[in-house]
Ligand binder design. Structure first.
Ligand code: ADP
Ligand code: SF4
Length: 677
């Protein structure tokens, strides 16, 4: 197929040591929450990216030995020959679509706790694990020798499993980064002291990997271009390391020192290509190909990276999750069809929770094997008409998929514009990219003659029935509760009638209270902190109260918590933790410590309640009660009006309902990926 000339550079093959990538699209190693635990699910997911045109598709962090066990997070593993078949399944399926398969060999060092294997963790010196109240064992020379053997054996197995690119991984705080660290590495032997000594182990692993597999496989190094922070590895030292070993591997995969603030930052805190200035120098030091990430979704930005000599490969984790077919769409100049990542980090959060990866934009992510879902193809429908009430993320996704399946779709919304919560939330500070959830779907249905949209009129149950569609999907969303019911309060907070009590819905529709405002966050994700920040920026004196120990507690899983709290403090917001709001009289908010019950007051003229939401399911309920008189109407509720949750859940619910509409239930059973004896 012809390649769009503007983007030709992105489709030029490039040699990486002994192998050649067919184009410049490189899916860098990224976690999946699948790893060793869900091998079929994993292989099918990676294969989908290869099918979508990625020239290189890598594994996640792949443990080389049982002393590197990140349980309960399902990492990949190459501990012994028993792992070969599962790894080969991925490599083979990636090869089947003409892509190279990469494997990121990994040792977690002091960072891991070995909860499953119960072996002592090992480190450059004895250091606390990241999560457990235990420390690692200091490595002596024999441990270093053993590590080198494990790494060599893992590389040999990786080649046997069919991988083409094999990583040495000295960053992200794991074992090899400990050796590079000026602060942690206190050794007096040849592995400590000078920079040349601290880098010795990395050099040895690169050389030994090349020796073991270099005839057929490329050796890649994942490296932080600006070091690991001043105390560990300064930016100058990182540059010096590249000066020393820049020509040793076949490829440099570059990251930066600030993992949550930059490399994995959400769109609230960083834009596309936000750290190109920190990786750009590397190509002037090494002649080897360079790949790096930057949440690239714009082909023009990608071409600029190549043309201006910053990168040789466009690295991606999140953009490849949101759209496995991104390379194909660029090649075919179908730019409007790209499902752009919105930078929400929901993919990362669920891996962090130990569950298989999912994506707000791409509801098929993780369902390729289990449900046989393809991100670009849906089964043809069985004909007929569908009325969808509510054009939020659930309704829009359902309309998009049903449209593709050939149904006659009417999508109605009471609001003047489509998008529901996405339209409202994307107007909040920092959330503009979330509008991509709406815009991608609107773009898709715009060209479908079988999908019509009706805006600006709230449908009644009688009107829904009169419409006479064969199927009805109710996607009417949810409203934030005004009575304080949530995690802290099972029943309404008494006496909230006096004074100004607002909800996120009021603020999203324009309310801007002034004076002393208390935001009570019993939701613990982005909404409370984002609203507190918005009010502080528009002149209110804001106190933020949470029953958790940190602002936006759950956003630790999306990697946003630190930046969230930092930003709130910079905006002058007072943060009160471990505290619930028990009452409000228009002048004072009544607070109670969640541990001692000790009560205190805070002056406030407005209370903003970010507690929980009430499903807007009145229309559904009325229709279902009418339905008992008729057997013709097939009604389902989807999204927030069924289960108030995140946008990722609403899109998934819309997709699932639309894909399964009219299908025989027995054909829809999900497969189970499990170890069998
Ligand atoms: P979800 O996240 O489940 O998609 P949203 O809250 O984002 O839900 O969207 C729900 C949409 O439903 C809103 O845009 C709202 O205007 C619309 N809506 C609610 N009730 C009706 C109704 N009776 N008729 C038409 N649209 C409705
Ligand atoms: Fe991007 Fe969010 Fe999807 Fe992750 S979950 S790939 S951040 S849209």
């Amino acid at each position: 197929m012809r390649i769009e000339p503007r983007y030709e550079e992105l489709f030029e093959p490039l040699q990486i040591g002994p192998v050649t990538a067919k184009n410049r699209f490189y899916q860098v190693p990224h976690c999946t929450g699948m790893g060793h635990a869900l091998p079929r699910t994993l292989a099918a997911m990676r294969a989908m990216k290869a099918e979508g045109g990625w020239g290189v598709v890598c594994t996640e962090y792949c443990s080389i030995n049982p002393t590197s066990d990140d349980h309960p997070h399902p990492f990949a593993a190459v501990w012994d020959d028993g792992d070969l078949a599962n790894l080969a399944a991925m490599a083979d399926q990636v090869h089947a679509h003409g892509a190279l398969a990469g494997i990121e060999l990994w040792h977690g060092g002091s960072y891991v706790s070995n909860l499953a294997t119960r072996l002592p963790s090992i480190g450059v010196r004895s250091m606390p694990s990241r999560t457990e109240p235990i420390q690692s064992q200091r490595m002596d020379r024999s441990d270093i020798r053993a590590l080198r053997q494990w790494h060599r054996a893992a590389a040999t197995r990786a080649r046997l499993a069919g991988f083409d690119i094999i990583y040495v991984y000295p960053t992200h705080g794991y074992l090899l980064a400990e050796f590079l660290s000026r602060s942690l590495n206190d050794r007096s032997d040849e592995y400590g002291g000078t920079l040349a000594n601290r880098v010795r182990l990395v050099r040895e692993l690169i050389e030994e990997t090349r020796d073991a597999v270099g005839d057929r496989c490329a050796v890649a190094v994942r490296f932080s271009a600006d070091g690991h922070g001043e105390a560990h590895l300064s930016a100058d030292e990182a540059r010096d390391i590249l000066g020393m070993i820049g020509e040793l591997p076949d490829l440099w995969d570059l990251v930066v020192s600030d993992y949550y603030g930059e490399e994995m930052a959400t769109s609230r805190f960083a834009r596309e290509a936000s750290f190109e200035d920190r990786v750009a120098y590397v190509k002037r030091i090494t002649s080897k190909p360079v790949v790096s990430v930057g949440r690239f979704t714009s082909p023009d930005t990608m071409v600029r990276q190549i043309r201006s000599g910053i990168l040789d490969f466009i690295g991606a984790a999140r953009p490849s999750i949101a759209d496995p077919f991104l390379p194909t769409k660029i090649r075919e100049d179908r730019i409007d069809d790209i499902r752009e990542c919105i930078g929400c980090n929901i993919c990362y959060a669920y891996n962090y929770r130990g569950a298989a990866i999912r994506c707000t934009q791409n509801p098929t992510m993780g369902e390729e094997w289990r449900r046989g879902w393809h991100p670009e193809h849906v089964p043809a429908g069985h004909g007929g008409s569908v009325l969808i009430v509510g054009a939020g993320p659930a309704g829009l996704e359902a309309a998009h998929i049903l449209g593709k399946r050939g149904y006659t779709v009417a999508l109605a919304d009471a609001a003047a514009e489509p998008g529901g919560r996405v339209t409202l939330e994307s107007r909040l500070p920092g959330l503009a990219e979330w509008a991509r959830v709406r815009d991608y779907r609107l773009g898709q249905i715009r060209g479908m003659p079988n999908v019509s949209m009706y805006l600006g009129h709230a449908l009644s149950a009688a009107e829904v029935r009169e419409f006479g569609a064969d199927h009805v999907l109710i996607a009417t969303g949810a409203r934030w509760r005004r009575n304080g019911v949530g995690r802290c309060h099972a029943n309404p907070i008494p006496g909230l009638n006096s004074g100004s009590v607002l909800t996120p819905d009021d603020l999203m529709r324009g309310a801007r209270p002034q004076g002393k405002v208390t935001v009570f966050d019993d939701d613990h994700y982005y909404m409370g902190p984002v609203l507190a920040g918005m009010l502080a920026s528009t002149g209110a004196l804001v106190t933020y109260v949470t029953a958790e120990g940190k602002a936006g507690h759950w956003s630790q899983y999306t990697g946003e918590q630190e930046r969230t709290q930092q930003q709130m403090l910079e905006l002058g917001i007072e943060i009160i933790v471990n505290t619930a709001v028990d009452g409000f009289d228009g002048e004072f908010v009544y607070l109670a410590c969640v541990y001692s019950g000790r009560k205190h007051l805070r002056a406030a003229s407005t209370l903003v309640l970010v507690t929980s939401r009430e499903p807007s399911d009145a229309l559904y309920r009325e229709l279902v009660s009418l339905e008992s008189e008729s057997i013709d109407l097939k009604i389902q509720r989807i999204g927030d009006c069924r289960q108030p949750a995140l946008i990722v859940h609403a899109v998934y619910a819309g997709h699932k309902a639309a894909r399964e509409l009219g299908e025989v239930p027995e054909h829809l059973a999900a497969k189970r990926d499990r170890t069998e004896i």
